[in-house]
Design a protein around this ligand. Structure first.
Ligand SMILES: Cc1ncc(COP(=O)(O)O)c(C=O)c1O
Length: 359
């Protein structure tokens, strides 16, 4: 993105899939599994409405933290309930890092939050040639804050937990954004349960799996002193009663089992969708993919995206992610009957494009 001034770049970094997915379009731009929370969760939230007359209580906070702790094999004091993983990024500057290493291409909010606070940032640029694999040696020793996503949005790469562990150092905070970890069957590379990694903060989100983007609900896992430092300037009652209820409900064993079934189904859909996309001439799919979305590379990607939009289909532009180009597109994994509509439209558009180009 060289040559753009700071404001332009900030606006691009602040671009998210919800902007691409205008109402009425068939949505492959947003990676949320459900368009609304499931009915059992809606009922739990509706029941909690009657408690809104009071401030969120210490007992409700403790119950939410207890449920999260049980889910990940941690202690309740290792849990900080957040208004979404995004709040976790916004809190990072309070740790006063002197050099933040932010791994790209990845979700861009940490970069924006740190840059806005004036924190010096070193972008660790992973490349397609390496399969966007994490290369710990690219992280400067001087970085006292390191941020990365696992699995990574938008590449769908799942980094080995051991490679991430190697980034931990005394005096360094290591933030792993696991917003999509619950969409990976068995969560094999998650560090949510790792209480032994110094300086580790794992951020988790309820947004993606539970259709709760509008509620703002997630949590951080880490050492209590680190979480206390992170929360230092938060207001009194930083999260709502409904958020606490959602965090508690989605951490209970039945919900975790439901998420696991959904993750397994998404993995099957991803496999089918990948095979179908690979059959479209000119389309490359970045593999192996582990998350409920795929990173595509298509020559003329920007034109394809515009043409799909005209046909009522939204895909996420890739060029707002540092290191990617206008030929990159991100698509959410959907069931075969839905992804078939995308693939048919892509085939039609690309066939038209090439015949025009030949003509
Ligand atoms: C990788 C990643 N991390 C974090 C977030 C933000 O999650 P939340 O809705 O919990 O703030 C998103 C949202 O798109 C995301 O894609």
């Amino acid at each position: 993105m060289a040559g753009r001034d700071g404001n332009d770049e900030r606006a691009l970094l602040r671009h998210h899939g919800d902007v691409d997915a205008a109402p009425g379009l068939l949505d492959f731009a947003v990676n949320v599994r459900l368009t609304r929370p499931p009915s059992w969760l809606r009922d739990r939230l509706a029941a909690a409405l009657d408690r809104l007359g009071g401030y969120p209580s210490a007992a409700e906070d403790a119950a939410a933290r207890h449920a999260v702790a049980e889910r990940h094999g941690r202690r309740p004091e290792d849990v900080l309930v957040l208004g979404g993983a995004a709040e976790g990024f916004a809190l990072l500057p309070v740790l006063r890092p002197t050099l933040a290493a932010v791994v790209h291409p990845s979700f861009t909010e940490p970069d924006v939050a740190l840059a806005d606070a004036g924190v010096p940032i070193h972008r660790v640029q992973l490349t397609a040639e390496d399969g966007y694999a994490l290369r710990p040696e690219l992280v400067p020793e001087a970085a006292d804050l390191v941020v990365l996503g696992n699995p990574t949005n938008p590449t769908s790469v799942l980094h080995p937990a051991d490679a991430i562990r190697r980034l931990a150092r005394p005096g360094r905070v290591l933030v792993v954004d696991e917003a999509f970890a619950d969409a990976v069957p068995g969560e094999p590379e998650s560090l949510a349960g790792a209480a032994d990694v110094p300086g580790l903060i794992v951020l988790r989100s309820l947004t993606k799996t539970w259709g709760l983007s509008g509620l703002r609900a997630g949590y951080a896992l880490g050492a209590p002193e680190l979480l206390a430092a992170l929360a230092r300037h938060r207001p009194q009652w930083p999260v709502s009663t409904l958020t606490l209820e959602a965090v508690r409900a989605c951490s209970e064993p039945a919900a975790v089992a439901e998420a696991e079934r959904a993750a397994t189904e998404a993995a099957e859909h991803r496999q089918a969708m990948t095979a179908a996309l690979l059959g479209v001439p000119g389309v490359t799919v970045h593999r192996p993919a582990a998350a409920p979305f795929l990173l595509l590379r298509v020559p003329g990607g920007a034109r394809l995206r515009a043409a799909l939009r005209e046909r009522g289909i939204a895909v996420r532009r890739g060029d707002t992610f540092p290191g990617l180009t206008a030929d990159h597109l991100r698509v959410a994994v959907r069931p075969p009957e839905t992804s078939a509509m995308l693939i048919a439209a892509m085939r039609a558009v690309l066939a038209g494009t090439s015949s025009e180009e030949v003509a």
